[in-house]
Design a protein around this ligand. Structure first.
Ligand SMILES: Nc1ncnc2c1ncn2[C@@H]1O[C@H](COP(=O)(O)OP(=O)(O)OP(=O)(O)O)[C@@H](O)[C@H]1O
Ligand SMILES: [Mg+2]
Length: 373
């Protein structure tokens, strides 16, 4: 998939911005706080129907404005042109999404149709941060390749929220029906855990290949899905569901005392290692960076295969801590992958590495405006 153009109205600090993209590298150049990341966020809206930062639509709408509008034209690998539009009305709080002018049946049918792979400074947490960051990585990836997963995850989260509310009520002496939420937590949770575990198994060779390309064969990365005890051996979704139910039963008193659900895939992790040593405890800075790049490169290829559609690469502040030689190699690698939109404050990273020939384009971003350079 390639994005041909985008129009933003009232989106963050962009009042009215239009960009016509080139088919390879698109550089967004500008000083801090001018609106580069905001433009990436808008592109991702067309794919994910929401902010990749997890910001609410209300926050994304331009301060003092009436709402926002993002309109994009894409071309699929097969050559079909598609128009997508997200519009949010601040007065009513309603967001409307259309594809080629008509409303899709579900948001789930849109997510992943225009796949994106995002690499931003915030992603550092995937290798260095709490388990929640790695679950988010898996979820964002899986939602783009599997509408069924997205639905299970949404229902799972709903059950979790409701169940936690009932547990809190019970703790403060009020009654409530826990059982229905316990059952849906376990059944949807089993689907989520099963899919994630299968995904990790499929994903390992992708990460190993990508890691090897980046540093050679000296270091071998490892990935392991770390789930509720007993679920790995349980086999199918029914088996996992039974294990989750049993575990909730065992911890019933603790859950009531804490007022929270303590069992399920919202507690799971993706354990990362290099040469058998846990990255969190033993990884060097270089190993963390390499792992993150390998995960992202693997994500790109995995999504491309699963969806039979090339994802668009959104690279925020890519060169942050890279030297010129490394930046150049990465740029060369990117150009061979597909279309990329890259933000940087320092155009120097591109000098001599990218010809600005129309296939590759650069844009200046200033105070929420964009001009082709
Ligand atoms: N809802 C909003 N309405 C108006 N302005 C906003 C809104 N949300 C964010 N901004 C403004 O957008 C600017 C930040 O834009 P952005 O994050 O895209 O900058 P950037 O060019 O990526 O900068 P950096 O190089 O520092 O990452 C800030 O000035 C911020 O105040
Ligand atoms: Mg930024």
């Amino acid at each position: 998939m390639k994005i041909l153009s985008i129009v933003l109205r009232g989106f963050r600090n962009h009042d009215a911005t239009t960009v016509e993209f080139g088919p390879k590298i698109n550089a967004l150049l500008g000083d801090n706080g001018e609106g580069k990341t905001n433009l990436l966020e808008a592109i991702a809206y067309l794919s994910l129907t929401k902010s990749f930062y997890g910001a609410s639509d209300r926050v994304v709408a331009r301060i003092g404005g009436t709402g926002f509008e993002v309109e994009g034209r894409m071309r699929t690998d097969a050559g079909t042109e598609v128009g997508a539009r997200a519009a949010y009305d601040a007065a009513t709080g309603v967001k409307a999404f259309t594809v080629n002018g008509s409303r899709p049946e579900t948001m789930a049918s849109v997510i992943g149709r225009f796949p994106v792979v995002i690499l931003s400074p915030e992603n550092a947490g995937v290798t260095t941060g709490a388990p929640a960051e790695r679950r988010r990585f898996m979820d964002l990836l899986l939602c783009q390749v599997s509408p069924v997963y997205l639905e299970d995850l949404q229902e799972y989260r709903r059950a979790l929220r409701q169940r936690n509310r009932v547990l809190l009520d019970m703790r403060s002496g009020r009654g409530g029906a826990l059982e229905p939420w316990t059952l849906s937590l376990a059944s949807r949770g089993a689907e989520v855990a099963l899919r994630r575990r299968a995904f990790v198994r499929e994903f390992i060779p992708y990460v190993q290949d990508a890691y090897r390309e980046l540093v050679g064969g000296r270091e071998v990365p490892g990935l392991r899905y770390d789930g509720t005890a007993g679920t790995e051996e349980a086999g199918d979704a029914g088996g996992i569901c039974a294990v989750l139910l049993r575990s909730m039963e065992e911890r019933a008193a603790e859950e009531r005392a804490r007022g929270a659900s303590l069992v399920g895939p919202h507690r799971d992790d993706l354990a990362l290692s290099v040469n058998g040593r846990g990255l969190l405890d033993f990884g060097s800075q270089g190993q963390h960076k390499t792992m993150l790049l390998a995960l992202k490169l693997a994500e790109f290829r995995y999504i491309r295969e699963q969806r039979a559609e090339t994802p668009l690469l959104l690279l925020d502040d890519l060169f942050g801590e890279l030297d010129d030689g490394r930046s150049r190699r990465i740029l060369a690698a990117l150009a061979s992958l597909g279309q990329a939109v890259v933000t940087t404050t320092d155009e120097g990273h591109f000098h001599g590495a990218v010809p600005w020939d129309g296939v590759n384009r650069r844009f200046h971003i200033e105070r929420g405006g964009c001009t082709a350079a």
